[in-house]
Design a protein around this ligand. Structure first.
Ligand SMILES: Cc1cc2nc3c(=O)[nH]c(=O)nc-3n(C[C@H](O)[C@H](O)[C@H](O)COP(=O)(O)O)c2cc1C
Length: 480
């Protein structure tokens, strides 16, 4: 590790991988097949303690230099490298650093350039998207997915801004890929605008890029703010983009692989099932829009980005927890909520469905305000389930402490609120087919404000007593 691995922005995915390897967080695996082996290896590695990023090399059936990478953002240290924060010592350090940065974060628009590594190969005829090692990740998946940690880039036809979202993309043929976009997502809203006007929707799909762009693409950035500008605001420098040949859409100049094409109204193919981030195949198989691929741009020896959904933890769930926690913290404060001490989004809740906010209560109603804001702000709204508010003596990242607070400070009848008809989608395994909204349980696990003075005291040695006793018995305690 060198000091500026955390400070100077990395140029591209390749430099990020070098830094991750220097930090001791890269596992190289040679000889894994695209057919089920990469996905199963991700599952094996992500069931271990402190799992590394995985670089797949020597993929059978593919040229020697073709590689795939998974998990680039999925630890506190890797996130700090990718976001440019100091090395963390507690998971909440990155969340706090994110929220602090957002106080002065300024979006930076991309810089258009004429050339870059992504133009090393431009394929116009004889397109075959399977020239890249798109994996079949799980045994019951309906196909090979080229886009898992991808960036789907579209321009709003009315307002001109460019959205970049991570939406799964299944191979449907040599020059066809599917796109599964959930109702309400920005990419879906934009696509519908083109189709309502009777026009095809132009699109780029980047399938290997700076992991910071993946963090932006896979999280709910507010409508109208381009993920390029948002991510550049984090790195403190603009992204270089090249206008694509057919539609003039901006592609990252340093991307590894970019597909360019268009989606025509009513042109669909069967898509899925796909093993999803909730740990189920809830979306099933259904007709989904198809991209007619018109160009393929790629670097020499391209590196395909992978994100492998599974029962959490997965190779991206930790990074989603940290990003979402930081985003919720930032958004509830912007909405005026005082006294926030911390926010944590828990991995067993699939990085969306069990979110905890800690506050220092200042007035009656404060806790409910925190709950409702955390449940409905942009980054907390989609496919949530439970939100818990706790007092400031509880670490929101510590599930045992959170459960203890829920069991001892919350009266279910008085302290659980519901939100009905909230934004969800077909991937919610609990929803009957065809329904895309759900309800939320908001759990107030704070001591009731009016009981704060009289609430039974907590049984806990004072810091001073604990330190004194620890020092006295230090040698004996260390023997264990
Ligand atoms: C690895 C990964 C895969 C995802 N796959 C999908 C997907 O297939 N479809 C979808 O609608 N959202 C998917 N999401 C969630 C969206 O990327 C996320 O909601 C993002 O905010 C969408 O961008 P948008 O807000 O610009 O619509 C995925 C997220 C991640 C991190």
């Amino acid at each position: 590790m060198v000091w500026n691995d955390y400070e100077r922005p990395h140029a591209d995915l390749r430099e990020a991988i070098e830094r991750i390897e220097r930090a001791g967080e890269l596992l190289r695996i040679k000889g894994a097949d695209w057919k089920l082996e990469m996905g199963t290896l991700a599952e094996i590695v992500y069931r271990q303690e402190s799992p590394p990023a995985i670089l797949y090399e020597d993929i059978p059936g593919y040229p020697k230099g073709y590689r795939a990478i998974s998990g680039t953002t999925n630890s506190a240290k890797r996130l700090a490298i990718v976001l440019g924060f100091p090395p963390p010592s507690h998971p909440l350090d990155v969340v706090r650093a994110y929220r602090d940065r957002m106080k002065s974060h300024k979006p930076i628009p991309p810089r258009v350039v004429n050339d870059g590594p992504v133009l090393e190969n431009v394929v116009k005829t004889g397109i075959d998207v399977l020239k890249f090692p798109a994996p079949l990740l799980h045994e019951h998946d309906g196909g090979r997915y080229l886009g898992t940690d991808d960036l789907v880039i579209m321009r709003d036809p009315d307002e001109g801004w460019v959205n970049c979202g991570t939406y799964r993309s299944m191979v449907q043929g040599a020059d066809r890929v599917g796109l599964w976009i959930s109702p309400g997502k920005h990419g879906r809203q934009i696509r519908e605008k083109y189709w309502r006007a009777g026009k095809p929707c132009p699109v780029l799909i980047s399938c290997g890029h700076d992991p910071l762009l993946f963090l932006a693409g896979g999280n709910e950035i507010r409508y109208g703010l381009s993920e390029y500008d948002y991510a550049a605001g984090h790195r403190g420098a603009p992204y270089e983009v090249i206008e694509s040949e057919v539609h003039g859409l901006p592609m990252p100049a340093h991307a590894e692989i970019v597909l360019e094409g268009e989606m025509h109204p009513s042109e669909t193919m069967p898509e899925g099932p796909f093993g999803e981030f909730t740990g189920y195949y809830a979306g099933g198989r259904g007709e989904q829009p198809v991209v007619r691929v018109q160009r393929v741009y790629h670097r020499n020896d391209p590196i395909l980005g992978l994100a492998c959904p599974m029962i959490p933890p997965s190779d991206f769930s930790y990074s989603k927890c940290v990003m979402k926690a930081g985003m919720i913290w930032d958004e509830v404060e912007r909405a005026g909520l005082p006294g926030v001490q911390g926010v944590w989004v828990h991995e067993p809740g699939c990085a969306r469905m069990f979110n905890v906010i800690a506050i220092k209560q200042a007035y009656a109603g404060h806790a409910r305000q925190a709950l409702h804001l955390a449940a409905t702000c942009q980054s907390g709204a989609y496919l949530g389930r439970f939100v818990v508010v706790v007092d400031d003596d509880i670490d929101p990242a510590n599930l045992e402490q959170v459960l203890w607070a829920m069991c001892t400070r919350c009266d279910p009848v008085e302290d659980i609120d519901f939100i009905r008809r909230a934004w969800s989608g077909p991937l919610d395994p609990r929803l009957p087919k065809g329904r895309t909204w759900n309800s939320r349980g908001l759990i107030d696990a704070c001591r009731p404000y009016e009981m704060l003075k009289d609430f039974p005291p907590v049984v806990k040695a004072s810091d001073e007593l604990r330190e004194r006793v620890r020092a006295k018995f230090d040698k004996q305690l260390r023997k264990r």
